[in-house]
Design a binder for this molecule. Structure first.
Ligand SMILES: Cc1ncc(COP(=O)(O)O)c(C=O)c1O
Length: 429
């Protein structure tokens, strides 16, 4: 690998997915340039076709009114079904195991109503320390809701002293040692802060062997990492679609429930009419009859305008395929790591990459720790059109994504980082 414009251009010329960039709006930087956009892990860019699809729904609404539920081009009543096949492919699930619905934190609560059932000594929830705050609030409030004590019932996995990420063997040992007390394991597939991708297969297997329910928050894994939730024996999962899936701000979430749970009669559930058997839903019967699939967790009819943009993006995921996307993601990630290390060496400025280097332990994201002047560097980068994100106290997160990032973006970022380092050195001289 080389940190040169020629080498980056060559990598782009040999990229079989390069054409997908033209399907997205890249935010402009000034009148003639484009932003170097590295926050597909936070909000994915807009697929150009999203507007066309949303306008079609608005037109159907204008022309058909309520009859759009049945007669729209994509009828609104079963609208969520338009997403099922793609979501099943992305999650490695049976179609009956996934549904596009609700929002992520809401869905985690709904799923925990069914799958966090503390009993006797078995009442703890195992999670990562520094899980995303919304997850921590959700987990603690579930424990409190069941009369438990969040201080003692939330078991948080800590990295070893001096390390930033968790070792799979430590996670597995903790599960085995505490299996009689753990009622639920809830981890993120990819940690939002460090970018570490957990060994979901190995951890889910151990959870199953130890008869412990396991759920995954896939906010940072969906559309980023190839998943096989059915094979891995995952009990449940949920994700959002505004990050790697490019569904747009606040876009609909999705849920996975393993088929082994679909016909269980003793499962607790907060029910709503959209989870009720489709053939009798409009008879408005008194008693809830769950659809024998993940759809049973739906409460409400689908928010059409809030979902449509995701269809545009899923078309692109289906065309590109997760295998090719992952191959390019790994190359982008390696190139970014290489460029950052080169710059650190040349400039003498210490930049610590806390995301694991091992291929299966990371996705698109790299988390860079700058022990000195991190925020000042970040601000200079932003002013130069680099869109990354800053997380207190000292991390810059960057995620080059395979659908629209180029190797050239990484080279240009390198140049801007060198400039920012020079500027901060001058200021501090
Ligand atoms: C890991 C993780 N969990 C939960 C959330 C909360 O998502 P929402 O606001 O869609 O519920 C986020 C949001 O970025 C996240 O990254």
């Amino acid at each position: 690998m080389e940190y040169t414009a020629e080498h980056a251009t060559l990598l782009d010329q040999n990229d079989p997915l390069a054409k997908f960039r033209s399907h997205f709006y890249i935010p402009p930087h000034g009148k003639t340039a484009e932003k170097l956009y590295f926050t597909g892990n936070s909000l994915g860019l807009q697929p150009k076709r999203a507007k066309e699809l949303i306008l079609e729904e608005l037109e159907d609404w204008a022309q058909l009114g309520v009859e759009g539920h049945v007669h729209a081009k994509r009828p609104w009543m079963p609208y969520h079904e338009n997403f099922t096949a793609s979501l099943a492919r992305l999650t490695g699930a049976k179609e009956s195991e996934v549904v596009a619905m609700g929002t992520l934190t809401n869905n985690l609560h709904l799923l925990m109503v069914s799958f966090y059932r503390p009993e006797g000594k078995k009442r703890k929830i195992l999670c990562e320390s520094k899980a995303f705050p919304s997850d921590q609030y959700a987990l603690k409030s579930q424990i409190a809701f069941h009369g438990g004590n969040p201080k003692t019932d939330l078991l948080e996995l800590q990295p070893r002293p001096g390390e930033f990420t968790l070792r799979t063997e430590d996670i597995i040992d903790t599960i085995k040692q505490n299996k009689d007390e753990i009622a639920l394991i809830m981890l993120s597939g990819v940690n939002y802060y460090t970018g570490q991708c957990f060994d979901m297969e190995a951890i889910s297997k151990v959870a199953n062997q130890n008869k412990t329910v396991i759920g995954w928050d896939l906010a940072h894994a969906m559309g980023n990492i190839p998943l096989k939730l059915n094979d891995w024996g995952v009990d449940f999962a949920s994700w959002c679609s505004y990050k790697y899936l490019n569904g747009g701000p606040g876009c609909v979430s999705g849920v996975f429930v393993h088929q082994k749970h679909h016909k269980k009669k003793d499962l607790h559930r907060f029910a709503g009419w959209w989870g009720h058997d489709k053939s009798s839903r409009f008879d408005m019967p008194e008693d809830f009859v769950p659809i024998p699939s993940a759809e049973a967790w739906q409460l409400s009819n689908p928010p059409i305008l809030g979902m449509t943009a995701l269809l545009a993006s899923l078309e692109l995921f289906d065309q590109a395929g997760m295998k090719a996307l992952r191959e390019k993601a790994v190359k982008l990630n390696k190139y970014l790591r290489f460029v950052v290390n080169e710059i650190s060496e040349r400039s003498g400025v210490s930049i610590n990459i806390i995301t694991p280097e091992e291929e299966k332990a990371h996705g698109c994201q790299l988390s860079l720790v700058f022990p000195k002047n991190g925020k000042a560097l970040f601000d200079i980068l932003t002013a130069q059109g680099v869109i990354a994100d800053w997380r207190e106290p000292d991390v810059i997160r960057m995620a080059p994504v395979p659908l629209y990032n180029r190797f050239q973006d990484i080279y240009e970022f390198g140049k801007k980082l060198e400039f920012a380092i020079e500027k901060t050195m001058e200021r501090n001289a």
